[in-house]
Design a protein. Structure first.
Length: 377
C-alpha cells in the first residue's frame, strides 16, 4: 500500500497517508454527526454534531497512527529497520525491513499494537466517566464512542488470523512450537483466509437481510483479509524457496552505469547502445544517484533532451530499494515488488556493485523449485 501524501515523521518514522483514509474520515464523521450523536443526544444545533463528528474521526485516526507507531518503535528496538507507516482505508501498515529474528520478538512487535489501542480505549472511558459526572452531554457521547471504537479495534486485531496482529501472535506461537517460521507463517495465513471467508459470508447474509451498509463493510474487510493473507502465504512459500540465498547470489554484478549529470541527448546518442538492460543505474562522485529506464527517457520531449540531465529524468534514490550483498534475498523481495521501477541497487561501502530485478528473483525461484523436484524423486 503506497502513500498518496506524507504527513512527516513520528518517533523517527516516516508517516504517509493513502487517499482512501479520506473515505474513513468522512464516513465516520457523517455516521456520528448524522446518526449516532443526534439519536443519543437530541436537541443540539447541527454545527455541534458536525464538530463532534469531525473531531472524533480525527482523534480516532490519531489513535490508529499510535497503534502503528507502537509496532514500528518496538520493531526498531528488536533490531528491525522501519521504512515507514502508511495509513489507509482499513487501518495502517508499518513497513518493516526484514523479519523478527525470534518468536519472542515477533510476539512483542505484534502484541504492542492492540495493547496501545486498548489503553487508549480505557483512557477515553475514564475521561467519559469524568465528563458524565460533570454533565457534559454531547462530549460524553463523543468520548464514549472513542473508547468503544478503540477497544473494538484492539479486540478485532487479536483474532488469530493473518494479517491481523492476532495472526502474528499465532505465527509466533507456532514458530516457537515447531521451530519453522515459514510453516508458521503459512499456517497463520491459512487461518486469515478462513477468517476472511467467514466475514464475506456474514456480509452476504447481512446484505440479503437488508443491512446494506454493514454487509458491504464486512465484504470489503473480508476481501482485504483474504487477499492479504493469500499474499502472506505466497510470501512464506517464496521465503522457503529462497532460504539461505543472499542478494549477492542473485544480483547482476558490475552493471553498466551512466553519469548522473550526462544529458539525455548525449546518453541516447553515444551510450545507449552499450546498455544491455532497460534500467541503467546512475552514479556521481558520491556513489549511486538514481535509476533511469528507457520508459522514463521516452517521456522526455525530444526538444528538451539536450538540456535535461539523466538525474532529472530518473527515479530518485529515495524511491529506489537499496540492498547489501550479504542481505537475505527474501528480505529484499517485498521492497522490490513495491518499488517504482521494479529494480533494486546493491551497494557495498557506498559503491554500486550490482542490480537485482524481478527476473533475477524468478530465475532463482525456478532453480530452487527444480532442485526440490529432483530431490523429491
Amino acid at each position: 500500500m503506497t502513500s498518496s501524501f506524507r504527513l512527516g515523521r513520528v518517533a523517527g518514522v516516516e508517516v504517509g497517508v493513502n487517499w482512501s483514509v479520506l473515505i474513513v474520515f468522512v464516513l465516520l464523521a457523517w455516521l456520528l454527526a448524522a446518526g449516532r450523536l443526534p439519536a443519543g443526544y437530541p436537541g443540539r444545533p447541527g454545527w455541534a454534531y458536525a464538530v463532534a463528528g469531525l473531531s472524533a474521526a480525527a482523534v480516532f485516526l490519531l489513535g490508529l497512527l499510535a497503534h502503528e507507531v507502537s509496532h514500528a518503535v518496538l520493531a526498531r528496538r528488536n533490531g528491525l529497520q522501519v521504512e515507514g507507516i502508511t495509513l489507509w482505508v482499513f487501518g495502517g501498515v508499518a513497513r518493516l525491513r526484514g523479519e523478527p529474528s525470534t518468536p519472542g520478538a515477533d510476539a512483542r512487535i505484534a502484541g504492542v499494537g492492540p495493547l496501545v489501542s486498548l489503553l487508549i480505549g480505557v483512557g477515553f472511558a475514564a475521561v467519559a466517566a469524568v465528563l458524565a459526572a460533570a454533565g457534559a452531554g454531547l462530549a460524553v457521547g463523543t468520548v464514549r464512542w472513542l473508547a468503544w471504537i478503540n477497544v473494538l479495534l484492539a479486540a478485532f486485531n487479536l483474532f488469530p488470523a493473518a494479517p491481523l496482529d492476532g495472526g502474528r501472535l499465532l505465527r509466533a506461537g507456532l514458530w516457537k512450537w515447531r521451530g519453522d517460521r515459514a510453516w508458521a507463517t503459512a499456517a497463520a495465513a491459512r487461518a486469515g483466509q478462513g477468517f476472511g471467508a467467514v466475514l464475506i459470508a456474514v456480509g452476504f447474509v447481512q446484505l440479503a437481510s437488508g443491512a446494506a451498509f454493514g454487509g458491504l463493510w464486512l465484504l470489503l474487510i473480508g476481501w482485504f483479509i483474504v487477499a492479504a493473507a493469500g499474499a502472506e502465504r505466497r510470501q512464506a512459500e517464496l521465503g522457503k524457496a529462497l532460504a539461505g540465498i543472499r542478494v549477492a547470489d542473485v544480483m547482476t554484478p558490475d552493471p553498466v552505469t551512466a553519469p548522473a549529470d550526462l544529458t539525455v541527448a548525449d546518453f541516447v546518442d553515444h551510450e545507449l547502445r552499450e546498455a544491455r538492460h532497460s534500467a541503467i543505474p546512475l552514479v556521481d562522485e558520491s556513489g549511486p544517484a538514481g535509476l533511469v529506464t528507457l520508459a522514463r527517457l521516452r517521456r522526455v520531449p525530444p526538444q528538451q533532451r539536450a538540456s535535461t540531465r539523466l538525474r532529472d529524468a530518473a527515479c530518485p534514490m529515495s524511491e529506489v530499494p537499496v540492498a547489501r550483498p550479504d542481505e537475505a534475498i527474501v528480505d529484499l523481495v517485498p521492497r522490490l515488488s513495491g518499488s517504482t521501477d521494479g529494480r533494486a541497487l546493491v551497494v557495498s561501502e557506498g559503491r554500486l556493485v550490482g542490480v537485482v530485478s524481478p527476473r533475477d528473483v524468478r530465475r532463482v525461484v525456478q532453480r530452487a523449485a527444480l532442485r526440490q523436484s529432483v530431490a523429491g524423486r
